[in-house]
Design a binder for this molecule. Structure first.
Ligand SMILES: Cc1ncc(COP(=O)(O)O)c(C=O)c1O
Length: 383
């Protein structure tokens, strides 16, 4: 019985602080405007991809039936890996993970367990929970560097230069702030100290760069040692990928426990992501539409006195501050048919609660108008 009492107390505490989370069914109602989806290009509803999915399902098993090393590795997986190697900037090899969370956990912890070597990790202070958990799982020495600050990173690496392996981790597009990592400087500093760079391109894939290629496409010529990304956002599927040279990927296949001990994504999930990449490649105007629409919305929100932090992408935070106020605004918007999720601690720092506006290239003009009208009134609602 004791555990029940303890749990009741924990939940009570969470509620008192305004950090309580609950599940809300997505009723798939097309009269509701969803501004919280990571389906940035609107491809999750694409009819061509749905037709491709049907063909794959008729040819392959519904599930992958096992982990990749136990023959859960089919042609759609191989085709997707090959495509990602090219699309993401010319990497030698790719592997697929069941989720981005597992990919980050898997690669970071594997790199920290190389025999007879001491590893040090530096990561951006605004990194996603899966990066933080990967670092904690690695049980190695680490430091957070100030957000997007190569000078601070440099000081940290200098102090830890005696470590055999040094790893620097950041995100291409930050999931809660919507700004883009200063990769040229971060990679330069890392190279000076012989540190391996890992970039999480979960929110950059399909969204930034001239053809939506992500970080390497946005900063033409920049090439991190390892790139990971997810299939569950702009690529309309689920799962994740990790790209690097053949040796590194071979090491992960042999040492990354979330890769080895988990069922592979289904052949249809791989086929969906591959078809999404084909569409992005053949229709770069879709990516440009997302970029232009995002820019116009950012300008509108700023002109209306809202604080969107340093967002320069399709992820636009609208800072509210107080957790309870942010939750109340979310509720008000739901009643008006708009899903605009409030994000609070521990996803972001305490007192930094915000509405996270994810722009979607599939939004119709009438929907955008309705949303912007409501948001222009937000300063009155906030009071
Ligand atoms: C930056 C970042 N990395 C990793 C992940 C985890 O990806 P997945 O949802 O595939 O587990 C997310 C998820 O939102 C993310 O935002």
């Amino acid at each position: 019985m004791l555990i029940r009492e303890l749990l009741i107390n924990e939940i009570k505490n969470i509620k008192t602080k305004g950090f309580y989370r609950r599940l809300n069914e997505n009723k798939n109602d097309d009269t509701v405007i969803n501004l919280s989806s990571n389906d940035y290009l609107g491809l999750a509803y694409n009819s061509k991809i749905k037709r491709t999915a049907k063909q794959i399902i008729s040819k392959y098993p519904l599930s992958s039936t096992s982990s990749p090393l136990m023959y859960g590795y089919f042609k759609p997986h191989i085709d997707l890996e090959n495509k990602l190697c090219k699309f993401k900037g010319g990497y030698e090899r790719c592997i697929l993970y069941p989720s981005g969370y597992q990919a980050n956990l898997g690669i970071i912890s594997a790199l920290s367990k190389i025999s007879f070597s001491k590893t040090f990790i530096a990561f951006d202070e605004l990194s996603h929970a899966s990066i933080i958990d990967g670092v904690l799982c690695s049980k190695t020495k680490f430091s957070r560097f100030k957000h997007n600050d190569p000078n601070h990173l440099k000081n940290i690496l200098k102090k830890h230069s005696s470590y055999d392996i040094k790893i620097v981790i950041t995100e291409g597009v930050f999931s809660m702030d919507g700004d883009i990592a200063n990769l040229p400087d971060i990679i330069d500093v890392s190279k000076c100290y012989n540190a391996i760079t890992i970039i999480d391109d979960a929110h950059a894939t399909g969204t930034i760069g001239s053809f939506g290629g992500g970080s390497c496409n946005y900063y033409n010529g920049v090439k991190p040692d390892i790139i990971m990304g997810t299939l569950g956002k702009a690529l309309a599927s689920e799962g994740a990928f990790v790209l690097s040279d053949s040796l590194m990927i071979d090491y992960f296949i042999n040492k990354s426990r979330p890769y080895i001990f988990s069922t592979a994504i289904s052949p249809v999930a791989a086929g969906i992501a591959l078809e999404a990449l084909n569409i992005i490649e053949n229709k770069p105007e879709l990516v440009r539409k997302l970029q232009t629409l995002s820019q116009n919305i950012r300008i509108f929100l700023k002109n209306n006195g809202l604080n969107i932090l340093n967002s320069n992408t399709h992820i636009i935070p609208i800072l509210i501050g107080d957790e309870k106020k942010a939750a109340a605004i979310e509720k008000k918007f739901i009643n008006e048919g708009i899903l605009l999720k409030s994000v609070k601690y521990p996803t972001v720092a305490k007192g930094q609660a915000r509405l996270r506006f994810s722009v979607n290239a599939g939004l119709r003009n009438i929907e955008i108008k309705k949303v912007l009208k409501k948001l222009s009134d937000l300063n009155n609602i906030k009071k």
